[in-house]
Write a new protein. Structure first.
Length: 392
């Protein structure tokens, strides 16, 4: 019987993340050019990997139109100067786009279809506002297949507050403040230098360097957060301060097979141990990472306490707090999002997954930890979790 090959995460980078819209740093930059920037940087800093050895390029975007619409994996590979013998394709699993690109590429590597793969994602939410080109089938609502609130992510976060009254506005704001504080500290240590690629961008004021995240607010205070009005429902608890903003950004990663790692003399950072995607009630989509985490731990045969680091996406504080409460992890646990999260850096939907993996690799190395988890929730009610082992 054929044995699957082990898959390693070799390296991963991201662009800085920008505010979607005309005032954001990437407003005049194409989405695919942002993805190309991340890929070019990966090629530059991994010279042991000849571009012609790449066997597949998988790129994710939620809106697959316009400047992120042309079978991204192929489009980005050609634009990045990768030989035209290297194939590519595009995937979509909304917020888990980049994680899905990683696991799709990992599957090809495990089965021997590719030795090395590029996986990443891009979302220019300024050029492609969430849901702009989507026509929701009316049957969803008329036949009550989903609750109407399921289509608006902020409303699903309000639903979590309703379902779990222990998750209060105060806890959500305190979590958001901690995220901002941790992210501010992270920009002063090495994690952002290792994972963020500055990019020259053309703006209304001419050329400039995009080198940091526009959502970072080091001056955030509990009083300031408490003063913000609810964004999605009168009397609600979800605000601009305890949500991730609408974001432009791109990410890219190199994955390789164990024998290729040895052949090319690569220094991988992580081994992919197991992954799981799960479905949950669409109007409670934020709960998705809970069953995904349980499933991935059971596949690997380890306990939550064996995991040394959790990199969770933070679309909404309420969403991470749900995961914490359900799994019994304190929200101020030192293993959880030590460099802050999407509340402070932004969440360019299909790009985010690789940011989590790249930061996890850095964090496990820094802490000399063994296992690490990347997890996020997905619109229309899903969860994703990948378990990694530190080999760096
Ligand atoms: C919540 C949301 C609607 C807010 O959008 P917005 O109103 O354009 O956000 P802004 O950045 O303009 O912030 C609104 C206000 O909050 C303030 N604010 C934001 N963060 C703050 C902080 N940490 N401290 C104090 N004030 C803050 C801003 O300064 C702004 O104030 P102003 O109106 O006086 O200028 C939007 O970010 C959103 O939809 N987020 C969720 C995205 C999403 O669903 N992603 C997918 C997840 S699955």
């Amino acid at each position: 019987m054929r044995e699957a090959r082990e898959v390693f995460f070799v390296d991963g980078v991201r662009t800085p993340f920008g505010k979607a819209g005309p005032k954001g740093q990437f407003w005049r930059t194409r989405a695919d050019d942002m993805a190309v920037k991340a890929v070019r940087e990966l090629l530059r800093r991994n010279p042991e990997i000849p571009a012609e050895r790449i066997g597949e390029v998988v790129f994710a975007a939620t809106a697959q139109v316009g400047d992120q619409g042309l079978t991204l994996g192929r489009d980005v590979a050609l634009l990045a100067g990768i030989p035209d013998t290297v194939p590519g394709f595009a995937v979509d699993r909304m917020c888990a786009g980049a994680l899905t690109a990683v696991t799709a590429a990992a599957g090809e590597i495990a089965l021997g279809a590719a030795d090395v793969a590029l996986a990443g994602g891009v979302e220019h939410m300024g050029h492609h506002p969430m849901g702009a080109d989507v026509e929701l089938n009316p049957r969803f609502v008329s036949e009550r297949l989903i609750d109407e609130s399921a289509a608006v992510m902020g409303k699903t976060a309000e639903n979590l507050h309703d379902r779990f009254p222990a998750i209060t506005r105060e806890r959500a704001d305190a979590f958001a403040l901690a995220s901002q504080q941790k992210a501010t500290a992270a920009w002063a240590n090495g994690v952002m230098r290792e994972t963020v690629v500055p990019m020259a961008v053309f703006t209304d004021d001419g050329w400039r360097l995009a080198e940091s995240d526009e959502f970072l607010r080091p001056d955030t205070s509990l009083e300031g957060l408490a003063a913000l009005a609810p964004a999605f429902r009168a009397g609600g608890r979800v605000t601009a301060g305890n949500s991730a903003g609408l974001t432009d950004g791109a990410t890219a990663a190199f994955l390789a097979a164990e024998d290729t790692v040895a052949e090319l003399g690569l220094s991988p950072k992580l081994r992919l141990v197991a992954y799981a995607y799960t479905g949950v009630e669409p109007h409670l989509m934020g709960i998705g990472p809970v069953p995904a985490t349980r499933r991935v731990l059971s596949q690997a045969g380890i306990e939550l306490d064996d995991v040394d680091l959790f990199e969770l996406n933070e679309p909404f504080a309420a969403q991470v707090l749900t995961w914490c409460d359900e799994l019994g992890v304190a929200e101020d646990d030192h293993r959880l999002n030590p460099y802050g999260g999407a509340i402070a850096c932004g969440h360019p939907l299909a790009a985010t997954g690789v940011r989590l993996v790249a930061q996890l690799a850095y964090g496990l190395r820094e802490r000399r930890g063994r296992y690490g988890l990347t997890a996020l929730c997905i619109g229309m009610g899903m969860g994703a979790a990948i378990l990694w082992e530190n080999v760096g």
